[in-house]
Write a protein that binds this ligand. Sequence first.
Ligand SMILES: C[S@@+](CC[C@H](N)C(=O)[O-])C[C@H]1O[C@@H](n2cnc3c(N)ncnc32)[C@H](O)[C@@H]1O
Length: 499
Amino acid sequence: MKELSLNENDFRSFRDLIAKRSGIYFDPEKQELLKDNLLQRMADCGLSNFADYFNLLSSPAGDKEFDYLLNLITIPETYFFRDRGQFRALERFVIPELIEKKSYPGASLRIWSAGCSTGEEPYTIAMILAAGMVDMPIQILATDVSHDALKAAREGVYNGRSVRDMPQDYLNRFFTKKGEKYYLEDSIKQMVEFRYFNLVTEPYPLMEMSGWDIIFCRNVTIYFQAEATRKVIHNFHRSLREDGYLFAGYSESLRYMSNEFNTVQHEGAFFYQKGMPKKTVRKKTRKIRLRQGSTAPRAKKQGPKAVAGLKSDEVARICARAKKLLEMGQPEGASEILSPYLQESSTPGSVLLLQAEIALNQGDLEKAVHLCERILQGEPLSIAGHYLLGVVYLTWEDEGRAIEEFKKVLYLEPEHALARFNLGELYSQVGRLDEARLEYANVARLLEKMPGSLDERFAGGFSPALLIDTCLSRIRALEAKPRGTAGRRWDGAKRREGE
Ligand SMILES: C[S@@+](CC[C@H](N)C(=O)[O-])C[C@H]1O[C@@H](n2cnc3c(N)ncnc32)[C@H](O)[C@@H]1O
């Protein structure tokens, strides 16, 4: 079957059928990938030519087969607490605001995770609500078009990759580890209802899908054509309550897609609110906070402290305490420990570095940049300072500056695996695919020879083996694209808040 060729006309027919029925659009460079998926389904259906398979998909009985095809062509990549800043905004601003507004009898909170894949996103929302002990009826609906993904979501069993960015206290509290697998607690599983729902199929069942307080639809429309995305966003607008919130992925700005939403910014994270468009609205953390059921120790508030007289082992002890709280998902506690030592010009680089990491974790990118700059003023060749600054710019989607910083790291330490990996990610984002391939290959080679070249402080739970695997799978994905093709075009534009 492999020798069958998918000619240009056949490719366009399948591409248009798939785009119409799912929104997912195959660029010409993905023709081979589409062909492989079609061949796989044709083999399962016992068909030996593309025309017969196309007729099957287009026939009245083709819906079920189309769902099987969708299982193959959808991209299920997801993990718990993906884009942490947005979940922080949910916890500290959006939910407290909704709770305040909904003090009337019979009020409930309704959240829809659209394109939920294997469930990490809706379960993250459920855990945040459970940890915050929200005291009102909650509905969390999670939908997707991939039956395979929905089945895995209902099972609630995950691997290390899915939990790599999960705060440690959530992991301890809501999961049981058996072997290499993490089993989600039943009480969280029961909070989420999973259902098949195609975002692109018209007519949209608005009666059923309306009145949402919050919709999450992240990293779904990146695979769509602009027209399909516009339709989906408009439908979300109709499905939300007045003032309801929409969380989109970082690369799914609504700027050219809709003028029906306000952009909201909370501590560096962006999301949208239904309403007449104004300009970006900056929101402060609400005074009413979700109560945290965490058992982790709280740091005591302290006044300014002199650091000049501190011995280096005392500094190390203070940093270790703060680091521990950060790893337990308590950046505020960590920050409280360090803040008394930050006033002086002689603050050690290690304290500034950790505070910058905390600011990054809290989504306060401006503060993180300022702290990195302080580090680099004192120590211009600080590898960690340049590395962290690169990560901050990467989070800020300022690819140009991020690339510059990671290159500086490699100038100072050519074996810095994470800087190379991030360069690979950036090159691939801006369409410099040959350079991306090269960096991924370099990281894999480097880590095979020297696993110790992975700086654990910044590895975010990635082991050398996992990073090698990730690089190899990135190379495979790039191999599916012809050499020299551009991904997203990079015009060097700097995207900062409010722009
Ligand atoms: C990359 S995952 C994103 C998962 C999660 N939202 C996140 O950000 O981590 C994209 C998901 O969108 C789903 N999807 C693609 N087209 C869809 C459509 N037309 N309707 C609903 N879901 C769709 C895919 O099946 C896949 O599970």
